[in-house]
Design a protein around this ligand. Structure first.
Ligand SMILES: *Cc1c(COP(=O)(O)O)cnc(C)c1O
Length: 393
């Protein structure tokens, strides 16, 4: 078994090593504050460890280096009341709120931390809207790594407090996530510290693919096909979306999935760059230009320039993926609906995926298998959740 990084655009391959992030020729024209060109993906040749139960997943770091913290292996809910009310008897909720730090981001942090342990790297830096920071801080605490996070001062309090509780170094940025992203890259370039910036570090995509393996395994264990028909993914930078695709691609390569599901990028209207790009003509010179400042209150999916935009768009185009945008009102209505009918309280970004499903469900076959990814705990943003139920905090 041999692992490499590969550029999906030009096909150039690179060794997987600490200082390697983007494809050199393809990233040469990258500008601050724009989506990244030259994002790399992990590829393998030869035999890889794999079991159909969703627990043994091919990854580019040996299993002995993963820190002692229970990331992933999250439940797939069968929400009976929502199924009945909406008329979708095969609706499922993938509950990533129960990861150690309360979000899907732990999947990426887990692989990046394992890589650092394998290579003897002691410090990791990253920019975040909140969840990536609290996640890397949690996993770093278990692994014994120094974590430095660049966080916009406006991040929800719970996420900031998590970072401090887990003992990471917090650098507050007076400005947007996009500014935090570029400041964090400068820090890594100056100090040589490993960057976990989303999309920039290819392991952030690779780490997130594990959710697809778990979904396929859970559906298989219920009998019938392993592939869902539709998967709704809350989308900001487009790294969860890409990771979900990578997982399904691997499963197809391994002969363990019947077909590529239809993946839906669910975005807030106020942060819908990937949906806008997908709607544009494929021949547009730059589908992400101009960059539009984000306005949604769903902080985890609020990005001006989706860092993984080009890569995510490529996957959506290749596999006939779709996009749906919803208003903030629809997000908060969906959050309440899921909470009050299933008992799963998810943060606004995750509710966006459910709101996207609600919006397009009339187009879907009610007999289809639908998985909605609920990526973050509702307890992470109490202020907005309170407003949605007319309460104060
Ligand atoms: C980061 C995040 C997202 C969006 O993921 P992207 O990779 O930025 O598209 C969705 N939900 C939650 C809870 C997140 O933390």
């Amino acid at each position: 078994m041999k692992w490499n990084y590969r550029c999906p655009v030009c096909g150039k391959e690179y060794e997987i090593e600490g200082g390697r992030y983007l494809c050199d020729p393809c990233s040469a024209g990258n500008l601050p504050g724009h989506p990244l060109r030259g994002v790399l993906e992990c590829v393998w040749t030869g035999e890889v460890p794999f079991e159909k139960d969703g627990r043994t997943i091919p990854l580019p770091v040996a299993s002995g280096f993963f820190p002692p913290i229970p990331v992933g292996d999250t439940p797939l809910w069968a929400p009976a009341r929502l199924r009945e009310e909406l008329g979708f008897p095969r609706l499922f909720l993938k509950d990533d709120t129960c990861n150690p730090s309360g979000s899907f981001k732990d999947r990426a942090s887990y692989l990046v931390a394992a890589f650092a342990k394998e290579r003897g790297i002691g410090e990791i830096a990253l920019a975040s809207t909140g969840n990536a920071a609290s996640s890397m801080a949690a996993v770093g605490a278990a692994a014994g790594l120094k974590i430095t996070v660049f966080l916009p001062a406006a991040a929800p309090a719970a996420k900031r407090i998590q970072v401090l509780q887990y003992g990471a170094e917090l650098r507050e940025i007076r400005g947007s996530y996009d500014l935090a992203f570029d400041t964090s890259l400068e820090y890594s370039a100056e100090t040589g510290v490993l960057s976990r910036n989303t999309a920039y570090n290819p392991l952030t995509i690779e780490g997130k693919k594990t959710a697809s393996f778990e979904i396929a395994a859970a559906l298989r264990s219920l009998g019938g096909a392993s592939a869902p028909d539709h998967v709704f993914v809350p989308t900001g930078d487009g790294v969860i979306l890409a990771g979900v695709y990578r997982g399904f691609e691997d499963l197809i390569k391994l002969g363990a999935l019947e077909k590529m599901p239809t993946v839906w990028a669910a975005q807030a209207e106020g942060s819908g760059a990937i949906a806008r790009a997908l709607a544009r003509d494929a021949s547009a010179a730059d589908p992400f230009s101009p960059v539009v400042p984000a306005t949604t209150t769903a902080d985890s999916i609020s990005v001006d320039a989706p860092r993984n935009g080009y890569y995510a768009l490529e996957k959506l185009r290749k596999y006939g993926g779709k996009a749906v945008t919803v208003s903030d009102e629809e997000i908060f209505a969906a959050q309440r609906l899921v909470s009050s009918r299933s008992g799963l309280f998810a943060e606004p970004s995750s509710a966006c995926a459910f709101a996207g499903f609600l919006k397009v469900r009339a187009q879907l076959d009610p007999a289809s298998t639908v998985v909605v990814m609920l990526t973050g705990s509702g307890l992470k943003d109490i202020k907005n959740a309170a407003r949605a139920v007319g309460a104060e905090v």
